[in-house]
Every structure is written in C-alpha cells, then in structure tokens.
Design a protein around this ligand. Structure first.
Ligand SMILES: Cc1cc2nc3c(=O)[nH]c(=O)nc-3n(C[C@H](O)[C@H](O)[C@H](O)COP(=O)(O)OP(=O)(O)OC[C@H]3O[C@@H](n4cnc5c(N)ncnc54)[C@H](O)[C@@H]3O)c2cc1C
Length: 444
C-alpha cells in the first residue's frame, strides 16, 4: 500500500502547486466573494484532476500497475481519488451554487459591481463565454447524478452487479463535467502550466471514458478459451475450473489474477490464477468460492466445453523479494496465489525456506490432500489450521513456529481485516513494513 499512500497526496499536491502558480487562495481584497471566485476555480481543478486520473486507472493500464504494486492497489487509489472528487465537488458546488441561495436568503449581500468597460474577447474566449450558462447548468445537474453514483459505489450493501452497472454511468457524467470544466476554467489558466496539465487530463480522461463506455477497457489483454474440467468441493463450496486458452495469452507469474467472464450479462469477475503457466500446455485454472450471488450459481451454471474469456494477467503479488525465507498466509480462499506458486516451485525450485499457513473455516480432506501434495512437491512446510480443531492463527503462533522469522518476508492473502491485524502485529515485533505483502481481494 506504500506506493499508493505516497502517490495519492503527491497527485493532490502537484495539482495544488500548479494551480498556485496561476492563482492564489488569498485574493486582494480578501472578501467572501473574491475568495469564492478563486476557491471555485481551485476546487474545480482538484475535483476534475482527481476524476480524470481515476478514469484513466479504470482503463486498467499496465504501466502504472507495476509502479503502484498491482491493480488491486490501483483500484484502491481509484477509490480514494473518487472520494476526494466527491468531497471537493460538494464544496465546489456549495461555493458556486449555495452562495446564490445564501444571497437569496439574505444571508449574504452581493457586492455592487462597478460599470463594466467594453471587453474585447478572442474568438475562443468569446465562444466559451457564450456557453457559460449552459456549462453551469450541465455541471450542476451532472454533479447531483455523479454524487448519487459515487455514494452508491461506496455503499457496500449495494450488490456488486448493480454497482458495476451504475458505476459505468460515471463515464457519461465525467464527459459532461469535462465540458463544464473546459468552458468554466479561468480562461487565463489555459496559457499556463495548470491549463496545459488540465487539458491533458481532460483529454485523457475523456478518451478513457469513451473507451469504457465502448467496453474496451482491458480489451487488448483478453483471450477466449473453453472449460475443460470442473471439480466441485461441496464442503468448501469451491469450484476448481480448468480452462484451455486460445493462443494469445502472454503467460503469467504465479500470484497474478485475471478477470474471467463466463456470463456476459454478469460481466467479468477477478480471480487469482491457481496454476503455473506452461506455454506449451495453454491451460489456466481458477479456484472460486461461493462468496456471493454469481459465484454461488457457478456449480449449476458452468458446463464443460463452455466458452469463457480471460483478461489479464494483473497484480504484483508475485513473491519477488530478496529474502531467503518466506512466510505465507493463505486464509480460506486466499490460498489460491500460493497454489500457483507451489506448482511453479515444483517445476523451478528457488531454494528458499518457505512456511505456508492455511487457516480455514471449512475443511475438506480431498482439498487438503491436494494442497499437501503441492506443498511436498514444492518442498514447502504446510501448516493447516482448521477451526473445527479450534486452531486459530495469530502472530505469536507464526513466530513460535518459524525459526528466524525476523529475516523472513510475509506474504498474506485473505480477509483484509485479518491481514491488517497481522501486519500491525508483525510491525510491532520489528518486521520491516516493506517485508509484509498483502493481496487485496476487494476492489470496491
Ligand atoms: C484480486 C482479486 C483476486 C481474487 N481471487 C479470487 C479467487 O482466487 N477465488 C475466489 O473465490 N474469489 C476471488 N476473489 C473474489 C471474487 O472476485 C469475488 O468473490 C466475486 O467476484 C464475488 O462475486 P459474486 O457476484 O458472487 O458476489 P457479490 O455478492 O456480488 O459480492 C461479494 C463480494 O465480491 C466483490 N465482487 C463481486 N463482484 C465483483 C467483481 N466483478 N469484481 C470485483 N469484485 C467483485 C464485491 O465487492 C463483494 O465484496 C478475488 C478478488 C480480487 C479483487
């Protein structure tokens, strides 16, 4: 998370510094209305800057993914930028629109305007000036719609499918707000760095919005395939799906994930790839747990021979570090990235000492036997902690079990709250923060 915790404030700081090169939040004379004028401009730049970058992230570009430590983290940055745009645009709206209401309610007195001299505007400035009224109206109503869509996105109780469908409408809202910004940004900014950067962000964000509306995000990284084998583990409510891919898959590193579409109406769902890549083989395997409405329908819905599409690979949870010892924690269905890595190590050992802890609420012998076989083949020490035996995993147990844990790195996949607690506990016991790696199984 370190990369996005650094990038997020840097984005806002850069936009602020660029804006301060062109304007100031301390206009002279400093009155409510002079401050309102500059604050509406500043908040507009911050909100649209944040939304534009969030829109570009929604295209799932690969370049930033490597630097931000994985798409799961990028989507977290997307969310933070979305929340920032929501909060700042509420302030923007209130200073722009609320002020007019306050004047109407008699709370504020509009300053008297002196006689205006004849203004000679350039062609473009004249055109923009003529559209101010339209741009303000479009901005106001789109703000209401966008605010509702963003709040819906933040309410976890809203089913993902409904969220996904409504969230796409954000791209339409973005295009309308881009027009609003183009027309209403202080005209003098366009000849200054803040204007150049906003022009690039608005153009990039608009292109991304159009591509998203056309369903093109990740399009050039999608390969089709068909289901070759299905294995249902009833105790675990887990489906193991082996897919034969068509040519075109670039290969993947163990620990990466992909977006799988088996039902176009449902759309793509992210699953970790639970197999190591062998180009000559062309197979890929996913292990999916019934965690919600779509995944619960998979046992009835998926059929051998069925066409599916796979987009990816994504993610940086790929076990790359310089530690000779690694501690792995795969809690529940969070075991999937470790399955892939064990299969890879069985073929290409890396000489590391590895302990894998698998705490699980459900227990199925057939699945544990498979996991044990994978661990043996990879030369890994497996610790299964089934809650049916009253065994729970915590930092103390790991430290008591793994000699020299201080020199190890820890790779965690599972419920994020458990991950955060384990991270905090190990940091408190001196594990360097950079040694704790967590895959986020949530994108919302
Ligand atoms: C990087 C990553 C890797 C994952 N790997 C696996 C895996 O190997 N095996 C596995 O069983 N599960 C995995 N998941 C979780 C899996 O994506 C969700 O459980 C699944 O999408 C739930 O869909 P649903 O309709 O059944 O559930 P819902 O009831 O709709 O949602 C349940 C939860 O899943 C999330 N979710 C639902 N649909 C999507 C979607 N299209 N995109 C993103 N999140 C969604 C929702 O936010 C919610 O938190 C992974 C998730 C991520 C982000």
């Amino acid at each position: 998370m370190k990369a996005i915790r650094f990038t997020f404030p840097v984005i806002l700081l850069l936009l602020t510094l660029l804006w301060l090169l062109a304007d100031s939040l301390l206009p002279d004379p400093f009155t409510y209305f002079s401050f309102r004028h500059v604050f509406v401009q500043y908040s507009g730049v911050i909100a649209m800057g944040a939304m534009s970058i969030a829109m570009l992230i929604a295209l799932r570009p690969r370049w930033p993914e490597l630097r931000l430590n994985g798409l799961d983290k990028m989507y977290r940055l997307h969310k933070w930028l979305g929340i920032t745009a929501l909060v700042v645009s509420i302030l923007h709206w209130w200073f722009a629109k609320g002020t007019k209401w306050m004047v109407g309610w008699g709370w504020l007195e509009k300053p008297a305007r002196g006689p205006r001299g004849e203004e000679t505007l350039g062609l473009i400035e004249g055109l923009f000036r003529d559209q101010r009224g339209l741009a303000e109206t479009i901005g106001e109503w789109t703000f209401y719609a966008a605010a509702i869509l963003m709040i819906v996105a933040l309410i976890k109780a809203v089913p993902y499918r409904l969220f996904a469908k409504t969230h796409k409408l954000m791209a339409v809202a973005y295009l309308l707000l881009a027009y609003h910004s183009l027309i209403l940004v202080e005209f003098s900014y366009w000849t200054q760095p803040v204007g150049w950067v906003m022009a690039i962000l608005l153009a990039g964000g608009s292109a991304a919005a159009v591509l998203i509306l056309l369903g093109r995000s990740g399009h050039n990284r999608t390969v089709s395939g068909h289901i070759e084998q299905l294995h249902w583990y009833p105790e675990l409510k887990v489906m193991e799906t082996r897919i034969q891919l068509q040519p075109g898959w670039p290969g993947h590193k163990a620990g990466q994930f992909a977006f799988v579409t088996s039902d176009k109406r449902e759309g793509a769902h992210p699953y970790t790839i639970a197999s190591a890549w062998q180009a000559e083989d062309g197979h890929i395997t996913f292990v999916t747990k019934a965690l919600g409405d779509h995944t619960s329908r998979l046992p009835e819905y998926l059929q051998q021979g069925m066409e599916v599409s796979v987009e990816g690979p994504y993610g940086c949870f790929t076990f790359d570090d310089d530690c000779r010892q690694q501690i792995w924690v795969g809690a529940g269905i969070g075991i999937t990235p470790f399955i892939a890595r064990m299969k890879q190590l069985a073929a290409e050992p890396d000489g590391r000492t590895i302990h894998l802890f698998h705490p699980t609420g459900q227990y199925e012998q057939a699945a544990i036997d498979k996991l044990t076989a994978d661990a043996d083949a990879a030369g890994i020490t497996l610790h299964v902690l089934a809650s049916k035996d009253g065994r729970r995993l915590d930092g103390d147990l790991i430290r008591a079990t793994v000699p020299g844990w201080q020199q190890a790195s820890l790779w965690f996949c599972g419920p994020s709250a458990f991950g955060h607690a384990l991270h905090k506990d190990f940091s408190a016991h001196g594990l360097a923060s950079g040694r704790f790696h967590q895959e986020l199984f949530e994108m919302r």
